[in-house]
Every structure is written in C-alpha cells, then in structure tokens.
Design a protein around this ligand. Structure first.
Ligand SMILES: *Cc1c(COP(=O)(O)O)cnc(C)c1O
Length: 347
C-alpha cells in the first residue's frame, strides 16, 4: 500500500535537523590532511571516524542482496533497526504496534522501552498467519506491524499470500524480519520493495553469514524511509572494524554458501533422527537453522542436556509452544553429541 509518510512519522522526527558531523560535511575530494574532527593523527587505521553512511560496505551488500544502496540502512545489529522504526513512527503512550505471537522477543522489549503499546496476535495452531485476525487488532493508532518469516521460535515461513494481504491493506509500516531467509527456498520479500512502499525488510549478518559478534544488521526499505533512519541513527553507528569484517565476510560468499548447504543437510538428518527419539512428541517443520520440537518433559530434558554440557532453548512457556525446545543446527559433531546425549536420557 502507498503511504502518507508525513502523517505516519512523529512530528519531532519529521522536523528534525540532524547532527552534522565532520565526516558528513567533508566526505569526498582529494584532501590528505584531516584537521577537522579532533581525531588523533596516530594509530592508523583506527584513529579516524568511519564513513557514517558505510558506502563501500553498502555497495558490496547491494550486489549480494540485489537491493539498491539508497534502499539500504545498516545498523548495530537488526536490533538497532527495530528500535529506529519504533522511535521514528510511534508516539510514546499514544501509538501502538501489532505483532504475531509467538515471535522474536526484541519487538516487544523495544516497544516497551519506547513506552509504546504492544499488541501480540496469536498465530493459528499450526503457526500459520491469519491476516484478517492480525488486521482486526489494528486501529487508527497502529503505526507498525511486525512479521517474522521464517519465524523465530516456530521456524516456519509465513504464507506469502497472507503477508501480501497485510502489506496491501495496512496503511502503516510492515516490518518483515527475514533474519533466516538464507535457510529457506521461499522468495525473499526484499525483492519486492518497489511494490510495497510501506515495507521494511530486516536482514542480519548474525545467522547464515556467521558474524553475530561484529553486530551488523540491515534494513531494506524505500529511499524515503531509509533517509529517515539515517537521520535518527547515531552518526557513527557501525564501527570501522565491523565494516571491514563485514566486507571480508561478503568476499567469502562461496564459503558461506557451503556452510549453509551443510546446515541444511544437517537439518534434514538431525530432525529425522530427533523425531524417532522416545522423548520426542513432534518436530515442527522448519525453514530456518533451528527447529522447534515438543518433547515429553521440556524442563527436565533441558536440565539434563545442561548437565551434559549442551545448551538448547527452553520455549515451553511461550504461547502455542507448550513442551517445546528450540534447537539450533550445529556442526555434525555437535549434532551427534546432542543425539548421543538424548539417546542416554532416561525419563
Ligand atoms: C537472531 C535474530 C535477529 C538478529 O538480530 P541481530 O541484532 O542482527 O543480531 C533478528 N531477528 C530475528 C527474528 C532473529 O531471530
């Protein structure tokens, strides 16, 4: 749906005159003596402030992701983009956001930090999305809808037709978090930015790109929305070491492809072996690098695995997930260690 950005954005943000940093005021040209930013002249390469708009890195990401640089925002993890969307669009104590439930916990935490009402809407029992039910939870103060596909912790992709219905009928911002899309064969929504000016797609270097430590998240959206995010972010939100490590990782694309292939083949064998364990009641279908499984006694099995030195995630108190553990796909050795331990488990 086309949107009236001026009406959606908080007025203080719309009127904001952003901080102008030294590296923005002088950003191109052939100068070699930099006496403008009170930096130290020593300890090259880390003495200088980094490019506030991360242009070299964005050009590399644009090639890999097939999204224009002007439609790309980079931040300190996807979490920064989630926080910026809330701060740009939601007036504290007045506006609200709607999200599927269960889902990634940061949407709710970020909403509450910003004093914005959070309205979770239950998925169907099979974790599928009912667009009508989600839309009926919105009102004139709903600024943002959070969707996550493949969804965490359930692992499934949301049905494209249902997501499109929300994108077409909702007059606010729709965030589609695709942190796990590299593990799925579904067409990613970032390819459809042009058709959906109200969509913000999130990607991250933390999962398939094996770089959780460097903290780099991406948001893909219209040029206008990206411009707003750039205006509100801290001037130097992505450090130079992070920009360099990310560039180095992007050059290792073929290696990353091999890792993804191995994770997918392990996902197949691990879920098969897990599903025939006596303690397993159900393995839910997954499009991500983890799976959700309902087991005979989630808390006891979680504690038992800890005693074996293996940590999984207990999701048994999460909506629609009673008795469920969330298990990340590891290396073949790690997955065998898990299976070996569980075969020894005596309920
Ligand atoms: C892991 C995860 C992220 C990644 O967050 P970063 O801040 O980029 O590390 C984002 N969204 C979901 C749903 C996740 O599970």
């Amino acid at each position: 749906m086309s949107i009236d950005l001026k009406r959606l954005v908080r007025q203080n943000i719309w009127n904001l005159k952003p901080y102008s940093c030294a590296r923005t005021e002088y950003s191109q040209g052939s100068a070699t003596v930099f006496l403008d930013a009170n930096e130290s002249p020593y300890n090259n390469p880390n003495n200088r402030y980094p490019d506030p708009l991360q242009r070299e890195l964005k050009a590399a990401i644009a090639r890999v992701k097939g999204v224009a640089e002007e439609c790309t925002f980079l931040g300190n993890g996807s979490d920064e983009a989630i926080d910026l969307v809330l701060r740009i669009f939601c007036e504290p104590r007045r506006d609200n956001v709607v999200a599927i439930s269960p889902t990634y916990g940061m949407y709710e935490v970020c909403a509450h930090i910003n004093d914005v009402e959070y309205r979770p809407v239950r998925l169907n029992d099979d974790f599928s999305l009912n667009a009508g039910r989600l839309l009926s939870a919105t009102d004139s103060h709903t600024k943002v809808i959070f969707l996550c596909s493949p969804n965490n912790p359930t692992g499934n992709c949301l049905e494209r037709e249902q997501v499109e219905r929300i994108l077409e009928r909702f007059g606010g911002i729709v965030v589609v978090d695709e942190a796990y899309s590299d593990f799925s064969t579904e067409r990613p929504f970032r390819k459809d930015l042009r058709e959906h000016p109200n969509m913000v797609v999130l990607n991250t270097m933390s999962k398939a790109w094996a770089s959780a430590a460097i903290r780099l998240g991406m948001a893909f959206a219209s040029e206008e929305i990206v411009e707003l995010m750039n205006r509100v972010k801290y001037p130097y939100n992505v450090s130079l070491p992070t920009q360099k490590e990310a560039l180095a990782m992007l050059r290792r694309g073929p290696q990353v492809g091999i890792w993804i292939g191995s994770i997918l083949s392990e996902r197949r064998s691990l879920t098969e072996a897990f599903s025939i364990l006596p303690l397993c009641e159900k393995v839910f279908p997954t499009d991500a690098n983890f799976f959700l499984a309902r087991v005979s006694d989630a808390r006891k099995i979680y504690d038992y695995l800890i005693s074996c030195g293996i940590v999984v995630r207990d999701r048994s108190r999460v909506e629609l997930c009673p008795g469920a553990l969330r298990i990340t796909i590891g290396t073949p050795d790690e997955n065998n260690a898990l299976l070996g331990a569980l075969r020894q488990y005596k309920g």
